[in-house]
Design a protein around this ligand. Structure first.
Ligand SMILES: C[S@@+](CC[C@H](N)C(=O)[O-])C[C@H]1O[C@@H](n2cnc3c(N)ncnc32)[C@H](O)[C@@H]1O
Length: 305
């Protein structure tokens, strides 16, 4: 049995001729995980946005975000490289643009379960990251937190954990604070506006998450150093990144999964598990296969360990 909110959301998506069939096919193929995650996340969005609004806000956000992604990927096929190369090019037009961030925010949120390859990454998070964390709780750092969804998925299942989230976008931080207040997580969460690469917490954290920020920064090595520097030795991190997947704000182009593994190892992590996912159906004659990679990492206790 799925919730009324998810039923409303699916009924609205069924009317969406552009993307509805793909999202519904994803649900058919991955019913248990789609419904589990969809129920939870659509429920959070409905509590926050209101029962009248939530489905249209999520679907408008999804449409606008996925159309932008499709356009960027087609241009990338022709150009052979990402369009933007520097952080300055995208900071003003994307992260510091409240109007753009509204649709972007809900679009990224919805792709977490509506895109099949991201749903699979969420399955990997559940099966390979959450089980390595201590049940007795701890402190979690989330870099590039956006809507806060990944940290909230952890907090939802693990009551003893608290979270500090850092995002460069004022708008994203405001939305994350408002939503967590509305859905009952505000006493365990703290979100601040800041640069993930330069962030240093008051103390070291027990675990860390950074999802889909790696490809947005000019120096992804600094993101791994920041994660490692903020973690206790032996602490676990969950990191995701996109490869040969263009978006207006993707500036670092990863071509091989091993490039990301090398960055993690060089920053002092042991690579515990990895998973690379691509869209279920994608034209085989295209040069670039867009994909997303997830890694479960552990901060090494010394150079060899
Ligand atoms: C694609 S979104 C991912 C959001 C969220 N982690 C998720 O997976 O749903 C990338 C996020 O990184 C944030 N961001 C970009 N550059 C950043 C930086 N240097 N420091 C902190 N956050 C940054 C953006 O504002 C945006 O919220």
């Amino acid at each position: 049995m799925i919730s009324t909110n998810l039923k409303i959301f699916l009924a609205e998506f069924a009317k969406n001729r552009l993307f509805g069939p793909k999202v519904l096919a994803n649900r058919e193929r991955n019913a248990a995980l789609f419904d589990e995650l969809g129920d939870l996340m659509v429920g959070w969005a409905a509590d926050y946005l209101g029962s009248e609004e939530f489905a249209s806000v999520l679907i408008n956000g999804y449409n606008s975000f996925v159309l932008d992604v499709g356009k960027s990927q087609m241009e990338y096929e022709k150009r052979g490289a990402y369009k933007n190369k520097t952080y300055a090019e995208v900071y003003q037009s994307v992260y510091n643009n409240a109007d753009h961030m509204q649709n972007y925010h809900w679009g990224v949120f919805t792709t977490t379960f509506a895109w099949e390859h991201h749903l699979k990454i969420a399955g990997f998070f559940k099966d390979y990251f959450l089980p390595v964390l201590p049940d007795e709780g701890g402190t979690l750092l989330e870099l590039g937190s956006g809507s806060g969804v990944w940290g909230l998925l952890l907090l939802h299942g693990m009551q003893q954990w608290t979270l500090d989230g850092v995002d460069i976008s004022q708008k994203s931080v405001e939305l994350a604070i408002d939503m967590t207040r509305r859905i009952g997580f505000s006493d365990r969460t703290n979100y601040i506006v800041g640069d993930a690469l330069a962030f240093t917490g008051a103390g070291q954290y027990d675990a860390a998450i950074s999802c889909f920020l790696l490809e947005h920064v000019e120096r992804p090595d600094l993101l791994f150093s920041s994660l490692a520097g903020n973690l206790n030795p032996g602490g676990y991190a969950f990191v995701t990144g996109a490869l040969t997947a263009a978006e207006i704000d993707h500036i670092t182009e990863f071509k091989r999964e091993s490039e990301i593994i090398k960055l993690a190892e060089d920053a002092g992590f042991r690579v515990v598990s990895t998973y690379s996912a691509s869209p279920g159906s994608y034209p085989s004659d295209f040069r670039f296969l867009p994909r997303s990679m997830a890694l479960v990492l552990q901060k090494r206790r010394n150079d060899i360990w």
